[in-house]
Design a protein. Structure first.
Lengths: 350, 385
């Protein structure tokens, strides 16, 4: 890509920091209204986003990545732990204290259909954050909407049309415009392209990248698809069963995954050139996810892992460890990570 | 990924739509509903009928030939007259002119009952915009013109006949329409205000709030409505003025009627609550009130309007039933129910079937509201095909 991009600043203090975040949903209550059964959606996640970087959050559906994203933007309450934005703890704030942060952290939704109010015109949808907070009205409002529409590649002529007149890709542009119109610093993009045709995907991804350079945005990019993430993300966090199991620079992770789950995800990425297809082949995972209301001891992945060892993997809590000193930025949650030699996507495309 | 080869700045242009498609893309929700509604013939006709009724309600004093206190003891239980445009057997042979035949009366020597027969020889001149009793239009403008009436205001002109008290049934019916229909409409509006607000709050916030509201609704719904109305109406002091009674009765009906709508609205809010556009409205910084009534309610406003017109008939029927039973409005107030009290005795009805005309009116208006409601309900979702 040729457009200017603000490089992720390694040494800078993190823009967003997630500390030991837990989100649990009550599943069953007893007569007294006490929760007797809970669904552990997010279990002790630690994460830091540097200003200007793109961190991809990857995992299969149900792993808690969307819940994590929603907790960061404030659409979901955290059970415990904290989310710090610019050093301020968002989870400790009430609605009013949090209000100024809503414009700094914005979300792009996954479903371009249900995320746009069918009864609103594009003008109303895109301008809503400005109207709701009383920030702009009249011609200023109109100008800002038109400007934003142009930035995301929509003609302002379509301002008074309803979403039903637009395609999925165009609707996603509307979504992006609405997220960016208040000038956020962090954008949580929850699978922004997974509902789109492959041909449209690249356009939206390119648009996101352009806008990142233009506005100096920091992205938390949630996806279940490693192939989408590869060209966009600076770092990738792999999530499994509510926990982060591996976190590394993108190139590093793709080249040398250290967690067997990451390896399994990698094996699912199609490689167009047969000559580059590695020795591994597709790794099919047996069994389904463990019961989220009753997490197993030890590694949550152990039951599906072909490298699991009895007595080592299924007891005690396993910490997210720094990798060997060769790559200090690489963290992994696996007791056997030093013994295993796992297969990445070497040279698949770079 | 083929991302690098993809055009970077392709606005993915919307092909400018042409003709009908262009109209559809720019049409607002309201316009789309109207287009769909127009296709429903019966509903459209009913809508015109109701529009006519609204005009009659508004211009009640002007439309009625006589005032609501008018009473002609000379003609009690007189049959309807036929409005005629010309006259062939008058003194001068054929003659143009709007008129009705006057009455001749005959007293039965045994029962002493007086019966009236139209008398072609007695010509009563009828005119449009004639001078009649004085009134104030909208309570403001003093007038004495009536849409139709006898040219001499002391002549009898009873197009729908008279009641047992000698009141003009047509005039009474016009005034009763105002009372009954407005009880229905105002009552439903009050009920809807309650229903929408409580239903919205219940469905949107859920949890304890929802539980509390739903239990209250179940409590109200579990009480049979007729005894409840009767009980509440019987508690009213008998010496209450007709206007106060009118408002209290309306309120009683509304307090019982809001529950159904509240349930419906709650269900819609529950379903919409998890839509992402609601989450995004919250993240946009909208207040709860703004989300509920600006973002969510419009999604089904046409359904609400349909439900509204479907519940007006229930309200009208309730008022009619209550008044007919003598627990609702009472004379001198006139409503359809009060009028039908007259027709509740077979001995009276057998001699004066025209006293059932108010019942016909109830049926017509109730059907019209139902058809309009059906039409609206079908048109309510213009996006389904």
């Amino acid at each position: 890509m040729t457009e200017p991009q603000i490089p992720a600043q390694r040494g800078a203090p993190p823009l967003l920091e997630v500390r030991d975040l837990h989100v649990r949903f009550p599943v069953r209550r007893n007569l007294l209204g006490r929760t007797t059964m809970e669904n552990h959606a997010v279990t002790g996640v630690d994460l830091a986003l540097r200003p200007g970087e793109t961190l991809a959050l990857v995992g299969e559906s149900g792993c808690g990545k969307t819940t994590l994203g929603r907790t960061i933007v404030g659409a979901q309450k955290a059970t415990s732990g904290s989310v710090l934005f610019d050093g301020a703890d968002l989870t400790a704030m009430n609605g009013r204290e949090r209000a100024p942060y809503r414009r700094q952290i914005r979300m792009v939704f996954q479903d371009p259909f249900s995320s746009l109010n069918p009864r609103f015109t594009l003008r109303q949808i895109i301008g809503d954050p400005l109207v709701a907070t009383g920030e702009a009205r009249g011609s200023e409002l109109e100008d800002r909407i038109a400007e934003m529409m142009r930035r995301v590649g929509l003609s302002p002529d379509y301002m008074d049309r309803y979403p039903h007149a637009f395609s999925g890709g165009q609707r996603q542009r509307v979504n992006i415009a609405r997220a960016l119109i208040v000038g956020p610093r962090l954008v949580v993009a929850d699978e922004p392209v997974s509902a789109l045709d492959v041909s449209v995907r690249a356009q939206i991804l390119n648009l996101l990248r352009e806008l990142q350079g233009e506005y100096g945005l920091t992205y938390l990019f949630i996806s279940h698809d490693l192939s989408v993430v590869e060209n966009l993300a600076d770092r990738v966090a792999v999530m499994y069963f509510g926990r982060i199991v591996e976190l590394a620079d993108t190139a590093d992770l793709y080249e040398r995954p250290r967690h067997p789950y990451t390896e399994a995800l990698m094996s699912a990425v199609p490689i167009p050139d047969p000559a580059l297809r590695g020795r591994g082949g597709r790794i099919l995972l047996p069994d389904e996810l463990p019961d989220p209301t009753d997490p197993p001891p030890g590694c949550a992945f152990a039951r599906r892992c072909r490298h699991a060892e009895e007595g080592r993997c299924d007891t005690g809590a396993i910490a997210l460890e720094r990798g060997p000193d060769s790559d200090a930025g690489h963290a992994v949650r696996c007791v056997r990570h030093e013994e295993l030699d796992l297969q990445g996507i070497v040279g698949a495309e770079s | 990924m083929s991302m690098k080869s993809a055009p970077v700045n392709d606005p993915e242009g919307v092909a400018p739509a042409t003709g009908g498609e262009e109209r559809r893309t720019r049409a607002s929700q309201r316009t789309l509903v109207w287009w769909a509604f127009k296709k429903h013939r019966l509903a459209l006709v009913s809508a015109w009928l109701l529009a006519g009724m609204l005009i009659v309600i508004a211009l009640c004093e002007f439309v009625a030939p006589f005032g609501d206190r008018h009473r002609d003891s000379e003609y009690t239980t007189a049959p309807p007259q036929v409005l005629k445009l010309w006259d062939t057997d008058g003194p001068d042979g054929f003659q143009w002119g709007l008129h009705v035949d006057g009455y001749t009366s005959e007293q039965d020597p045994r029962s002493l009952r007086i019966t009236y027969e139209p008398d072609p020889a007695d010509r009563v001149e009828v005119g449009l915009f004639v001078k009649g009793e004085e009134y104030e239009l909208f309570g403001l403008i003093p007038m004495d013109r009536h849409l139709i009436g006898p040219k001499d205001m002391d002549d009898p002109m009873y197009l729908f006949g008279t009641t047992t008290d000698g009141q003009d049934l047509l005039s009474q019916l016009v005034y009763a329409t105002r009372v009954s229909a407005s009880v229905g409409i105002i009552g439903v509006l009050v009920a809807f205000l309650l229903g929408i607000v409580l239903g919205a709050v219940s469905g949107y916030f859920g949890g304890v709030t929802d539980n509390a509201v739903q239990r209250v609704i179940e409590l109200i719904m579990s009480v049979p409505s007729i005894p409840l109305w009767l009980g509440l109406a019987a508690a009213l002091p008998p010496d209450m003025g007709p206007v106060a009674r009118y408002f209290i009765i309306t309120t009683i009906l509304a307090l019982v009627a809001w529950t159904g709508l509240a349930r419906e609205v709650r269900g819609r809010f529950l379903a919409l609550r998890s839509e992402e556009f609601v989450t995004s409205a919250r993240l946009d910084g909208s207040s709860h009130g703004r989300i509920m009534f600006r973002h969510m309610l419009p999604s089904f406003s046409s359904h609400v309007i349909a439900a509204l017109s479907l519940s007006i008939p229930g309200m009208i029927l309730a008022e009619t039933a209550l008044s007919w039973l003598g627990m609702g409005l009472r004379a001198p107030a006139v409503s359809w129910g009060v009028q039908l009290q007259d027709a509740s005795k077979w001995s009276v009805l057998s001699g004066a079937p025209w006293l059932l005309i108010p019942g016909l009116c109830v049926v017509l208006v109730v059907l019209a509201f139902n058809f309009v409601g059906d039409g609206l309900r079908d048109a309510a979702d213009p996006y389904k095909h």
